[in-house]
Design a protein around this ligand. Structure first.
Ligand code: NDP
Length: 431
C-alpha cells in the first residue's frame, strides 16, 4: 500500500495503516482479494457543497458540507453526520472507511458512509442551528433516502439537530421515509437509540472482561473521556454494573471525583443545559477536582473508555495508564487511541477494543430503527436493548475468535479487521 499519496490526509492515512498493517498474510496474499485490496480505499462517491445560512443578526455565512458514500456492498450507505469546526475530508474519510467494517460487524445489512460540516454549533442559538440544518439539508436531500443512504448523528449532531434535519428533509423532498436515524421518538425514532453507543461499549467490555480476565465491573474505578452522548450513557451502564466513574472531560477541562460522578447531575448539565463540565463541581457536595482536559489519562484507574474524539489518547497517555495498573481500554469514540497507543496496550496484555467493534451499538440500533420502519412496528426499550446486547456479544465473539485463530488472542484490531475485511470483500465480489 502506497500511503504517500495520502500525505495531505493524515487522519485517513492512519485509518488505512490500522487496517492494512493488521491483515493476515492469508488475506493479503489471497489472489481472490487482490483487486479489493487495491480499490477499497476509494470512496464510491464524495458529495461536497456550500452551506449558506443566516445568523440571528441577519449576517450571511458559508460553511463546507460533505457526504462520503464510501461502500454499499453490504447494504445502503449508512453513517453519521458530524458538525464540528475540525471537520475536513481527511477526517470524514477516516470515519467513512471505519464505518464500512463497523457496519459489517453489526451483522445488519448496511454499507459505510459519513458526512458533516465544519459548522460549529457551540455557542449558536437554536434558531441559528435550525437555519444551518435547513440550509445543509437543502443541498443534501437529493442524495439520501431509505433505500440509498441513511445519515444519523455524530459529534455536534444530537436529537435537536436530527429533528431540524429531518423536518427539512421532509419539506424539501416531500417524503417522510426513514432517511435519517437517531430521530426523536415523535418523528419515528427508536427507543434505546440515545443510549445505544454508550450501553453497547459497556456490553462489549463486560464480555471481554469475563473472557480475558474472568472479572467484571464490580468495584472497578473507571475513566470515561468526553461528556457527550456516548460518554454519558457509558457512565450510566458502568454504574449499573457496579463500577465507579471517577473522571470525565470536555475539550477544556477534566473533572476528577474520587467517589464517583453522578449520572443524573451530569446528564442534566450536559443534555438539558448544554453546560461545560467544570460546572459539575458547583452542583454536588462531593469532593471534585477540576483539571486540564488532557490530564484525564494521568488519573489512576482500572478501566478506561475513551469516548470523546479521534486520537485523544496517545502513546504517552497509554504508558501512564499501563503504569497505573489499567487492565482494559474500550473505545467508545472512533479511533481515539493512536495506533502506537493501541499496540502498547496489546503488547502489555491490556484488553484493548477498537472503536469499529466496541462502539458499533449506535449504528446497530440505527439499523434496527430502519427495520422497525420497514416492518411498521414499534419495539419496546427492553426489546431493542436485548437485541443490542445480542449484537454486541456477537461482535465480541467474532473478533475474539478471529484474533485467537490468528494466534494473537489479545489483538482485537487483528480480530475485527480480518473478520470484517474478508466479510466485506466477499460481499463486494458477489455484488
Ligand atoms: P458529542 O458531540 O455528543 O460529544 C463529544 C464530547 O467529546 C463532548 O463532550 C466534547 O467536548 C468532547 N470532546 C471533543 N473533542 C475533545 C477533545 N479534544 N478532548 C476532550 N474532549 C473532547 O459526540 P458523541 O458522544 O456522539 O461522539 C463521541 C465520539 O463517539 C466520536 O468519536 C463519535 O464519532 C463516536 N461515535 C458516536 C456514536 C453515536 O452514536 N453518537 C456512534 C459511534 C461512534 P466539547 O463540548 O468541549 O467539544
Amino acid at each position: 500500500m502506497d500511503y504517500s499519496k495520502y500525505k495531505d490526509q493524515p487522519e485517513f492515512q492512519a485509518a488505512l495503516r490500522e487496517m492494512f498493517s493488521s491483515l493476515d498474510d492469508s488475506v493479503l496474499n489471497n489472489p481472490r482479494y487482490a483487486s479489493i485490496l487495491e480499490t477499497i480505499e476509494e470512496p464510491d462517491r464524495i458529495i461536497t457543497f456550500d452551506v449558506n445560512w443566516v445568523d440571528d443578526k441577519g449576517e450571511k455565512h458559508t460553511n463546507k458540507g460533505y457526504r462520503i458514500q464510501f461502500n454499499n456492498a453490504n447494504g445502503v450507505y449508512k453513517g453519521g453526520l458530524r458538525f464540528h469546526k475540525s471537520v475536513n475530508l481527511s477526517i470524514l474519510k477516516l470515519l467513512g472507511f471505519e464505518q464500512i467494517f463497523k457496519n459489517y460487524l453489526t451483522t445488519l445489512p448496511m454499507g459505510g458512509a459519513k458526512g458533516g460540516s465544519d459548522f460549529d454549533p457551540k455557542g449558536k442559538s437554536d434558531n441559528e442551528v435550525k437555519n444551518f440544518c435547513y440550509a445543509f439539508m437543502k443541498e443534501l436531500y437529493p442524495y439520501i433516502g431509505v433505500d440509498l443512504d441513511v445519515p444519523a448523528g455524530d459529534i455536534g449532531v444530537g436529537g435537536r439537530e436530527i429533528r431540524y434535519l429531518y423536518e427539512a428533509y421532509k419539506q424539501y423532498s416531500g417524503k417522510s421515509d426513514c432517511s435519517l436515524t437517531g430521530k426523536p421518538l415523535d418523528l419515528g425514532g427508536s427507543l434505546c437509540r440515545t443510549e445505544a453507543t454508550g450501553y453497547g461499549v459497556t456490553y462489549f467490555a463486560r464480555g471481554a472482561l469475563k473472557t480475558y480476565k474472568d472479572t467484571n465491573f464490580k468495584g472497578k474505578k473507571v475513566i470515561v473521556s468526553g461528556s457527550g452522548n456516548v460518554a454519558l450513557y457509558c457512565l450510566k451502564k458502568v454504574v449499573d454494573y457496579g463500577g465507579t466513574v471517577i473522571a470525565m472531560n470536555d475539550s477544556d477541562n477534566t473533572i476528577y471525583a474520587p467517589n464517583g460522578i453522578d449520572f443524573e447531575t451530569i446528564r442534566a448539565l450536559k443534555e438539558d443545559r448544554r453546560g461545560r463540565i467544570k460546572e459539575y463541581k458547583d452542583l454536588v457536595k462531593d469532593e471534585v477536582e477540576v483539571l486540564g482536559s488532557k490530564d484525564i489519562w494521568s488519573i489512576k484507574c482500572d478501566l478506561a473508555f475513551p469516548c470523546a474524539t479521534q486520537f485523544e489518547l496517545d502513546e504517552e497517555a497509554a504508558k501512564r495508564l499501563i503504569a497505573n495498573g489499567c487492565i482494559g481500554v474500550f473505545e467508545g469514540a472512533n479511533m481515539p487511541c493512536t495506533l502506537e497507543a493501541a499496540n502498547l496496550f496489546i503488547a502489555n496484555k491490556v484488553i484493548y477494543s477498537p472503536g469499529k467493534a466496541s462502539n458499533a451499538g449506535g449504528v446497530a440500533v440505527s439499523g434496527l430503527e430502519i427495520e422497525q420502519y420497514k416492518l411498521g412496528e414499534k419495539w419496546s426499550f427492553e426489546e431493542v436493548d436485548l437485541k443490542l446486547k445480542h449484537i454486541m456479544k456477537t461482535i465480541f465473539k467474532n473478533c475474539y475468535d478471529t484474533a485467537k485463530r490468528l494466534g494473537d488472542e489479545y489483538n482485537l484490531i487483528k480480530g475485527a479487521n480480518n473478520y470484517a475485511f474478508v466479510g466485506v470483500a466477499e460481499k463486494m465480489l458477489n455484488k
